[in-house]
Design a binder for this molecule. Structure first.
Ligand SMILES: Nc1ncnc2c1ncn2[C@@H]1O[C@H](COP(=O)(O)OP(=O)(O)OP(=O)(O)O)[C@@H](O)[C@H]1O
Length: 324
């Protein structure tokens, strides 16, 4: 059952169409990602879904109710939908605890105190709870802002890259906090990101937006393993394009994790020279070129290969994918 539905949303700014007929459902308890490059229309779509901006065409429904146009409302937004973005303001001279408690100022003190403790724990802000906001690090400030936004739980949470500028440790901490809150309180959530890795790791389904058009909606495995086209294939991970069997046919590719070195020339599907070795922390990345300057990337746990070495590579036929 869909909690929030966008139906045939079209939006133009001046003469430029930035969203073309987008229909998207957010299901109950779902974490739905909207993945796309900068300028693809993600924030505009989210603002329309949050009732902060009117579409030129199309409707947004919360449950069965069609949401009224923003222009007919005194206050933009909707009580059941919370929109969290990168810009936030804290009270600089108040503590972390006070900043979060402010969002709950109209509630009973017992309820408020319990809820604030819960949020401090979830966002791992316990150690700085009595520190003034102006003395916090950027990541702590952002976590405080998110804890405050989550103090009163909405039905639907819309996240517009609120942690795009954080380091990976802080981003991980916030994503985990949101995930626990979401699971515990059965929140439905839309998460806008241009980071494919975040969309794949955290979302139940991902909608890929390209220049205002919805290109594919699917589970992370579907969009990674069966991308709708070459654009989605490249957006979601590293792609090794294989020579086309016929010039007019579509394109074939294999992901690097399927490619292995072999000593058996009868098994080799690809031959080339190792051009680069990159240490990626938990694995090594190798880049080869063949005589036609076609590239092949593959991964392995430890480097035993040297640049300039001639390699025989193999991959299973079942790992080869086709896109139009
Ligand atoms: N108020 C506005 N007036 C005119 N053009 C706008 C306005 N808001 C957005 N746009 C344009 O609409 C397009 C989509 O913008 P949007 O912010 O939705 O993209 P995005 O995918 O969220 O990008 P990013 O990842 O960089 O935030 C862009 O070309 C942008 O310049």
């Amino acid at each position: 059952m869909a909690v929030l539905r966008a139906r045939a949303i079209t939006k133009r700014f001046d003469d430029k169409t930035v969203l073309s007929g987008i229909s998207l459902d957010l299901k109950k308890n779902e974490w739905l990602g909207i993945l796309g490059e900068s300028g693809s229309g993600k924030s505009t779509l989210l603002r329309i879904m949050a009732r902060l901006l009117d579409a030129d065409e199309g409707e947004v429904y919360l449950g069965r109710d069609r949401l009224p146009d923003v222009s007919t409302q005194l206050i933009a937004g909707h009580a059941g939908i919370k929109h969290i973005h990168q810009e936030f303001e804290l009270f600089p001279n108040q503590t972390v605890r006070e900043n979060i408690a402010y969002a709950l100022r109209f509630y009973e003190p017992d309820f408020r105190d319990e809820r604030v403790e819960d949020l401090l724990e979830l966002t791992q802000l316990g150690p700085v709870r009595d520190q003034k906001a102006k003395l916090l690090s950027g990541g702590e400030k952002q976590r405080t802002a998110i804890a405050r936004s989550l103090a009163e739980l909405p039905e639907v949470l819309l996240l517009d890259e609120p942690f795009a500028h954080l380091d990976s440790r802080n981003r991980q901490a916030i994503l985990e906090a949101i995930q626990s809150i979401r699971r515990r309180h059965h929140l439905s959530c839309v998460f806008v990101t241009h980071e494919a890795a975040d969309a794949l790791a955290w979302c139940d389904r991902v909608a890929v937006l390209r220049a205002g058009q919805l290109v594919q909606v699917g589970t992370p495995e579907e969009i990674y393993d069966h991308p709708a086209n070459a654009y989605v294939a490249e957006l979601t991970g590293v792609v090794n394009w294989l020579p086309a069997e016929r010039p007019e046919s579509g394109k074939y590719f294999v992901r690097p994790e399927w490619v292995k070195v072999t000593k058996n020339s009868a098994r080799a599907t690809w031959r080339g020279t190792l051009a680069a070795v990159r240490f990626r922390g938990s694995f090594w990345e190798y880049l080869c070129y063949n005589g036609r300057q076609e590239a092949m990337t593959f991964y392995a746990a430890k480097s035993k290969l040297n640049v300039g070495e001639e390699l025989l590579l193999t991959y299973p036929r079942s790992a080869v994918r086709y896109v139009e």
